[in-house]
Design a protein around this ligand. Structure first.
Ligand code: GDP
Length: 417
């Protein structure tokens, strides 16, 4: 089944170590219907995978990219390491993803390493949304984290949710759900079902004034982003929901704002709305600027490639994982189509490469780790066959060569010092 590029999201989760990146990832995969995969990172295998080849590939799930479906979106979730030592790794992922979810801990807030990854994302012009996690922790403070994002990171956060309660179950008003400020609904999550069951109700009277105040703040940002919305507000007319969502989306894509959500990944609270927000607010490959490179035969000549399956193929090798069955080359396809049993050019090595097999690693059993015949513009896949390319190299159509900017690790390390 061909992937609809407008419904494709290539995302990463970037966070300070311990903010909950792994827990958010596992929860997203669980909620997308991939329970059997969760925990694999700890155990290295599951009881259903006896085939060693299968196991070997499965382990790459959390170390490269996993595909899952949520509503009508196809999400490629790229692994971004959370430790500062791996800053170059984070940088490499930022190069190939289109949008990011930044996770902060509601207790620890914006930490030094959050600043590092935030600035890296700025450098690569990555649009992002924010998830304030660990709302169930003692001392969790949504507002304080939100208020830090501007001064500490130069961000412009816009809350589209308000937490219902804060802190662990034993406090008088524990965290139990969120108010969706766009639809003005209260969402409560059933802990028994680990966040699968969501009860949607009217905002209760005692929370209504507070929620209206927060909604006004959100709408102020919408008026700044959309003249149409501002005009309606001046006439005292209701701004339609679609206009609010599209203004916020445009604001995120232009990197003028970051929409902010909150929850507890550990208990599955607030993760479903986060998954929907990935689809609603983060860019598809079509929303990103076309890639530029040079003609390997004439380096003065700039070439441009668009995320269109009809353009000549070009892609970037962003990760190579050794495997007994043939090294796994992870490739982000920027234009055209990559086909099984074809040959491509690697201009950086001046070599031709064989594309023997193409794999996409799916989170759900139903469409489990699948070998595919082609992978189209905007998508990400694991390829077996190449031998010469190294990380950061371009692979492209043999008749229409282009060399994309490489991934500069050395520069990154120096600039972090
Ligand atoms: P990472 O280093 O960012 O990948 O963070 P992890 O996902 O490994 O989480 C770090 C620790 O925080 C683990 O002990 C998690 O169980 C815990 N944790 C993650 N999310 C939550 C949450 O929402 N609430 C609470 N109370 N603990 C959490």
């Amino acid at each position: 089944m061909a992937t609809d590029i407008s419904k494709l999201r290539n995302i990463g989760i970037i966070a300070h170590i311990d903010a909950g990146k792994t827990t958010v990832t596992e929860r997203m995969l669980y909620l997308s219907g991939a329970k059997h995969r969760v925990g694999r990172v700890d155990h290295g295998t599951t009881d259903t995978d006896d085939d060693p080849e299968e196991q070997e590939r499965g382990i790459t799930i959390f170390s490269a990219c996993v595909k899952y479906r949520w509503k009508d979106f196809d999400i490629n979730l790229l692994d971004t390491p959370g430790h500062v030592d791996f800053t170059a790794e984070v940088e490499r992922c930022l190069r190939v993803l289109d949008g990011a979810v930044t996770v902060f801990s509601a207790r620890e807030g914006v930490e030094a390493q959050s600043e590092t990854v935030w600035r890296q994302a700025d450098r690569y012009e990555v649009p992002r949304i924010v998830f304030i996690n660990k709302m169930d922790r003692e001392g969790a403070n949504f507002e304080s984290v939100l208020n830090d994002i501007g001064p500490r990171l130069g961000g412009n956060p816009v809350a589209i949710e308000l937490p219902v309660g804060q802190g662990p179950p034993h406090v008088s008003d524990p965290f139990r759900g969120v108010i969706d400020l766009i639809d003005m609904k209260m969402l409560e999550f059933d802990p028994e079902t680990e966040g699968k069951q969501v009860n949607e109700t009217e905002v209760p009277d005692e929370l209504r004034d507070d929620a209206m105040l927060w909604r006004e703040q959100m709408l102020d940002a919408v008026y700044d982003l959309s003249e149409d919305a501002a005009a309606l507000a001046l006439e005292d007319k209701e701004v339609p929901r679609e206009m609010i969502v599209s203004a916020l989306r445009a604001g995120v894509l232009d990197r003028k704002i970051q929409v902010v959500l909150c929850g507890s990944a550990l208990h599955g609270i607030g993760v479903q709305p986060l998954m929907t927000a990935v689809g609603n607010f983060l860019p598809s490959p079509l929303d990103r600027p076309p890639v530029e490179g040079v003609d390997p035969k004439d380096r003065e000549k700039t070439l441009v490639r668009r995320p269109d399956p009809k353009e000549p193929f070009c892609g970037l090798v962003f990760k190579i994982l050794p495997a007994k069955t043939g090294d796994n080359y992870w490739i982000r396809v920027y234009s055209g189509q990559l086909k099984q049993n074809s040959r491509v050019q690697c201009p950086n090595r001046d070599k031709k490469e064989n594309i023997a097999q193409i794999w996409q690693i799916h989170a759900t059993k139903k469409d489990r780790d699948g070998q595919v015949e082609t992978v189209g513009a905007g998508d990400i896949a694991c390829v077996i066959g190449p031998r010469f390319a190294i990380t950061g190299d371009t692979v492209c159509d043999t008749q229409n060569a282009i060399e994309l900017p490489s991934i500069k690790f050395a520069e990154t390390v120096i600039s972090m010092a």
